[in-house]
Design a protein around this ligand. Structure first.
Ligand code: 9MR
Length: 444
């Protein structure tokens, strides 16, 4: 075959996954045919769950229960398993409303996250005034009794909820439980493990989404310490209550990944994002992508079904409107879940030059973060290459290496050798669009 110096050989990335992803990236699009049509079924395709908080008092609302039964495969009691609900008087346990939720879920084949065994808030009155060893013993008895009662029925327990302080300290929150001694958290985990060895045991908190925040770092150090000392902890819950003052951080994927690297599962446990329309949908998409990008992110729970069910209803933070209609945010989440993994393909694919002329450019993906990803291109067939890299809106190439780059337009970069061999790379800020760029090679 004769190589023609000026021949232009367009290399097209051929990937079934890419085709699927192209559909997934369009907010508001219908799921591709063959894709799952509910959140739970879509999440199950990658071995994950998609859950919601449920209020016992709403189970008689047929719109509410219809959506619950259709869409979700994990359930959290919004308030009914908290300490004030389950032990209203010391030593007297009350499980009526919690049981309604647990039984409804299990009858429908759904699993249950238990929330929460020990917390500074929503304590029954009798506990609020206790201190010292009597409080410690009462807390441990509560953990033991409730976890024993539900033994075998709970996928994961929030053993301890919200024990770290907001702000810059990175330390524990002051509370009556904290004042019983810094080891109260590990004591609670050990009691929960003894009571229900089959449940995953989670630490759950809010404002722990941004990797650079002191609170996130404080929780990370505790989990690291627990793992190093054999304290039984299996998972970390990220509540993920977002709004304009507390937006989804660009390093969210980093946070989830770093915790998972400690050897725990991570779960998004109380997701809601105030807003509306495509802005809200994109943020939901980003959170879902971040979870899918982390192998040990085992599932996502939203904190309620319809906007009107939310603890902050005025912020319309959920996936269904007050009438039970699917919002744009719903569709964006479903489409990401249907992509099966992070929409960026996860394996390196070699593309060949079907025309055989000039040179071949092969794209392979590099590291991924919540807001950007790296790509590398390897050229064969010539040392004198000119490679055109085209990204799709709203993507932007924000960095390059091992190449001399010029720009034809904001979306089209021309790359040439700069003396560092025939592999070069770049960083794409993706803006929610995880599609690979197209690359084409010609001989210079
Ligand atoms: O959604 C819950 C709301 O109905 C209760 O009034 C409130 C009481 O503290 O708790 C809400 O749920 C919280 C959850 O248990 C822990 N993380 C924050 C949630 C929102 O406040």
């Amino acid at each position: 075959m004769t190589l023609t110096a000026k021949s232009v050989a367009r290399v097209t990335l051929v990937s079934a996954l890419l085709t699927a992803v192209a559909g997934a990236a369009i907010i508001g699009a219908s799921p591709a045919s063959g894709a799952a049509s509910t959140l739970g079924a879509a999440a199950q395709q990658s071995g994950r769950y998609f859950g919601t908080a449920v209020a016992a008092g709403k189970l008689g609302d047929s719109t509410y229960t219809g959506i619950l039964n259709r869409e979700f495969d994990m359930v959290t009691a919004e308030n009914e398993m908290k300490m004030d609900a389950t032990e209203p008087n010391q030593g007297q346990f009350s499980y009526g409303n919690a049981d309604r939720i647990v039984n409804q879920a299990r009858n429908q084949g759904k699993r249950v996250r238990g929330h929460a065994l020990a917390w500074h808030s929503q304590q029954p009155g009798w506990m609020q005034n206790m201190s010292g060893s009597s409080l410690r013993n009462a807390m441990l008895n509560h953990v033991t009794q409730v976890a024993t009662y539900y033994r075998g029925k709970i996928y994961a327990w929030d053993v301890v909820n919200e024990a770290f302080a907001d702000g810059s300290s990175g330390g524990r929150r002051d509370s009556n439980l904290q004042r019983t001694g810094n080891d109260w958290i590990e004591a609670a985990f050990r009691a929960a493990r003894s009571a229900d060895p089959g449940a995953k045991l989670c630490y759950n908190d809010y404002n722990t989404d941004n990797w650079s925040h002191a609170k996130t770092q404080g929780v990370y150090r505790m989990v690291q310490d627990f793992k190093s000392r054999g304290v039984p902890i299996d998972c970390v819950g990220f509540q993920a209550h977002f709004n304009s003052g507390n937006p989804v951080p660009s390093n969210y994927h980093t946070t989830l990944q770093n915790f998972a690297a400690l050897g725990v599962d991570v779960q998004i446990t109380e997701l809601d994002i105030e807003g509306s329309g495509s802005t809200q949908a994109q943020q939901y998409q980003g959170v879902t992508q971040a979870c899918l990008a982390v192998a040990r992110c085992t599932g996502i729970t939203v904190w309620g079904i319809r906007d009107t069910d939310s603890w902050r209803a005025s912020g319309t933070p959920l996936l269904f409107d007050g009438s039970g209609n699917k919002k744009a945010a719903y569709t964006s989440v479903l489409n990401v879940l249907n992509s099966g993994t992070n929409p960026g393909p996860t394996s390196t694919t070699t593309s060949s030059n079907p025309g055989g002329g000039g040179c071949t450019a092969t794209y392979s993906e590099g590291e991924k973060w919540s807001d950007r990803f790296n790509g590398n291109v390897t050229v064969s067939g010539t040392d004198n290459w000119i490679v055109t890299v085209t990204v799709s809106s709203p993507q932007r190439i924000i960095a390059t290496w091992n190449t001399s780059a010029t720009w034809d337009s904001a979306n089209v970069m021309t790359a040439r050798p700069n003396g560092n061999g025939n592999t070069f790379g770049f960083t794409i800020q993706h803006g929610g669009n995880w599609n690979w760029p197209s690359v084409s090679c010609r001989v210079g």
